[in-house]
Design a protein around this ligand. Structure first.
Ligand code: GLU
Length: 455
């Protein structure tokens, strides 16, 4: 069967770097396997899901180039969940429960006080038809739990029951479903919970591999039981580790500040973000890759570490700069134009090594094309330099000839020679090689600047 994976965000917020890592690992694996990548919007929480967030998710994925071949929204699939629930009710795997939140809370507290694990006591499973009718006559509506396959005794007490799978990333995994409560899969208002809907979707959409964060490992134990109860073959599962910050602490609480939207607004290149999030927590070196296809060629589950992946915004910014330093002009010319930067490949090649983000090119274009305030540190040297400027046309030998003449005429060398020149020509303390900048600045501006005039 050909590989089919899905990325299943809930449209209850914008995507952050943690989500994107999951999306990328799925996308890269699909690409490497010539498989399909689906977008599934887990929008069963109708209070918190919005169309704006769904649009934002699509925009973020598109910006990164993570295109999908099919989109599904869980809110469109309720009839499938109802049908599957009916089947499980018939086979006795879904059962009605009537406790309120408060009652459940009191039960848990009593269990804890007696030193027992706070597992649901399956009271719902012990109700007779008459009990149910009486509860409903009181005005109660049931919620529904999925009965885990973990007991074979009349008292329904759960026994240790191991569900195992060979995880694509973590190797052999086990979950003791005997230590879990039967999960609620349908709320009293009739809405379905993720644990259930996800399984129906994965089964019906032909998902072959589920790649997601390790916070879902326990869910996987339950979900394998659900696949089984529905008579479906479970997909393969791979659980990647979660992100930690540069300080070694979990990033989960700080992820909001690391939205894809804000990183894009900070001027990050999509391939810097993609390279970084795909490579942290793997055995591959963190390098700026030029395309997702290049990244996909290097993808392998064996390379993904089970230890946490360290996300450091400073490292990400440095990777962004490295990516720009290697980017050819053709790939950015349109965006430079949109930024009002008129330079050609000569300009780009001269300045790209000094950019942190693409928009920094604007400053260098202004220095080359616009006017700068005079900045004369050593008037004697710079007026000599102005007088010695060779006549145009200039080429790549001009700089060496000019500097040789200026060294002889001034007796200066090193910083005493170059710093005043840089300051006068660019108004900056540092920047791209002057040799590359001088021909771009041109005779007229260079002469005026060396003479301390605004130009
Ligand atoms: N909506 C779920 C989440 O964002 C999907 C988890 C899964 O991949 O199954 O956590």
């Amino acid at each position: 069967m050909s590989v089919t994976v899905r990325f299943a965000p809930s449209p209850t917020g914008r995507l952050h770097v943690g989500n994107i890592r999951t999306a990328l690992l799925n996308w890269l694996f699909a690409r490497k396997s010539n498989g399909a990548f689906l977008l599934r919007l887990d929008d069963t929480d109708i209070q918190r899901s919005t169309l704006e967030y769904a649009d934002g998710i699509r925009r973020d994925l598109e910006w990164l180039g993570l295109f999908w071949s099919r989109e599904e929204r869980q809110s469109d699939r309720t009839d499938r969940y109802v049908a599957a629930a009916e089947l499980l009710k018939e086979s006795g795997r879904l059962y009605a429960c009537y406790e309120s939140e408060d009652e459940l809370d009191r039960k848990r507290k009593r269990q804890l006080a007696r030193g027992l694990p706070p597992i649901y006591d399956r009271a719902g499973l012990k109700l007779t038809d008459a009990d149910r009718a009486a509860l409903e006559a009181e005005g109660r509506t049931p919620h529904w739990r999925f009965r885990l396959n973990n007991s074979d005794t009349a008292d329904l007490a759960p026994l240790p029951t191991i569900v195992s799978w060979n995880d694509l990333i973590r190797g052999d995994q086990t979950v003791d479903v005997g230590s879990l409560s039967d999960p609620v899969v349908i709320r009293a208002d009739g809405s379905f919970l993720y644990t259930f809907t996800s399984v129906i979707d994965d089964a019906e959409l032909g998902i072959t591999h589920v790649i997601r964060g390790e916070d879902h490992v326990t869910n996987t134990g339950v979900q394998i039981e659900l696949f089984d109860a529905l008579g479906k073959e479970p997909p393969a599962f791979g659980h990647h580790s979660l992100l930690i910050g540069a300080d070694g602490h979990a990033l989960s609480k700080r992820l909001g500040a690391l939205s894809i939207e804000s990183l894009r607004e900070d001027g990050l290149e999509p391939m810097a973000l993609a390279s970084y999030t795909a490579l942290i927590g793997t055995s591959d070196a963190i390098e700026p890759y030029a395309s997702l296809d290049d990244l996909a060629r290097h993808f392998a589950f064996e390379k993904i570490s089970t230890g946490p992946a360290r996300f450091d915004p400073v490292e990400l910014k440095a990777l962004n700069a490295r990516l720009l330093h290697n980017t050819p002009f053709e790939e950015v010319s349109e965006r430079l134009g949109a930024l009002g930067v008129g330079g050609d490949a000569g300009f780009w090649n001269a300045v790209r090594g000094n950019l942190n983000v693409l928009a920094d090119a604007k400053d260098w274009w202004q220095i080359i094309d616009g006017d700068i305030a005079p900045s004369i540190e050593d008037g004697d040297l710079t007026s000599k330099a102005a007088a010695l400027l060779p006549a145009e046309p200039w080429d790549d030998t001009t700089w060496d000839a000019w500097i040789a003449a200026l060294k002889t005429a001034s007796g200066r060398k090193g910083r005493a020679l170059f710093h005043p020149l840089r300051l006068a020509l660019t108004g900056r303390e540092d920047g791209p090689e002057l040799k590359a900048l001088l021909p771009l600045i041109g005779y007229a501006k260079a002469e005026a600047r060396l003479l301390g005039r605004e130009a």
